[in-house]
Design a protein around this ligand. Structure first.
Ligand SMILES: C[S@@+](CC[C@H](N)C(=O)[O-])C[C@H]1O[C@@H](n2cnc3c(N)ncnc32)[C@H](O)[C@@H]1O
Length: 280
């Protein structure tokens, strides 16, 4: 398991409208010291303990005994968001979707064997972890320092609690907190990834079911990813085999004429081939 620290010059918080403060879950000295160190590292304000938060904060990055979590500062009925690679329906322990025939695996090109994937939009790193579980070597890049901290926390908890199989998956996963366009720009030549995977925030839709809590929090934190077409253009110049873009089924492609599309139940994977061989 590897992770690289944020580069403050490029990995600054790209916020939606949300203001984020760091908080310790109790007045325990160790938790308070950890919260203080995290606030300093991320350049975010520190909000004493949960009860002492002022109205100037929308989201709280809370340091608790067991994990790091993102909370709604105003609506305590909304549960927290955190990264958990082991538990829950898509956690490693209950994972039943490790088929290499599922649309994301086919789109990535796993039929040809293990692939080096550059996940340019890590978010909460669920796709990164899935791809690493499927045998890919994954560089997961996230430009939000808050999400980067949540991913790093999830990785170290999974490493501490998990089995040898989980550690093997984590060994294939490297987190970089930075803008993927900048990181990709440094990777031309032999270091270039086979595949760049892009999953930008979904375009808002007028009539739709409410997006899942995790993505609602992410949107408040990072905004709409309005520059994702630019990210796709950079990725197409660098990937040696293909770029895969995850889209909701209702949305048009991010760039015209994908080479091929793979349909999932609710999402579609648009593949842009960058090599002379056409994707399978
Ligand atoms: C929809 S979320 C991705 C969810 C992710 N696939 C998962 O499994 O959790 C999109 C994320 O991409 C990030 N992002 C968008 N453009 C980026 C860029 N140029 N560099 C790094 N991260 C980017 C956003 O900050 C956001 O967290």
């Amino acid at each position: 398991m590897k992770s690289r620290s944020p580069n403050p010059s490029t990995a600054n918080q790209r916020c939606g409208a949300a203001r984020v403060s760091v908080v310790a879950d109790s007045d325990d000295r160790v938790l308070c010291a950890r919260a203080e160190a995290l606030a300093e590292k991320l350049g975010l304000p520190l909000a004493g303990t949960d009860t002492g938060v002022s109205g100037a904060t929308d989201l709280l990055l809370a340091v608790t005994e067991e994990r790091l979590e993102l909370r709604d500062a105003r609506r305590s009925v909304v549960g927290p968001v955190f990264v958990d690679f082991l538990h829950g329906p898509s956690g490693f322990r209950r994972r039943s979707d490790l088929s290499r025939r599922q649309p994301i695996a086919t789109a990535i090109g796993l039929r040809r064997g293990p692939v080096a994937v550059f996940d340019a939009t890590a978010g909460l790193a669920r796709d990164s972890f899935l791809l690493a579980s499927l045998g890919c070597t994954v560089v997961a890049v996230e430009r939000s320092t808050v999400l980067g901290a949540l991913i790093r926390d999830g990785m170290s908890r999974a490493d501490a609690e998990g089995s040898a199989a989980v550690s093997t998956v984590l060994d294939r996963l490297t987190l970089v907190v930075d803008d993927a366009r900048v990181v990709l720009g440094r990777l031309a030549g032999p270091a270039a990834p086979d595949v760049v995977y892009i999953d930008p925030m979904y375009p808002p839709r007028k009539k739709t079911a409410l997006p899942k809590k995790e993505m609602r929090f992410c949107r408040r934190l990072v905004g709409d990813d309005g520059d994702s077409a630019d990210l796709l253009a950079v990725a197409r110049r660098v990937a040696t085999r293909r770029v895969v873009v995850k889209r909701p089924r209702y949305a048009p492609p991010l760039a015209p004429n994908p080479t091929v599309r793979f349909e999932g139940k609710q999402v579609r994977y648009d593949v842009y081939s960058t090599s002379v061989r056409s994707p399978d």
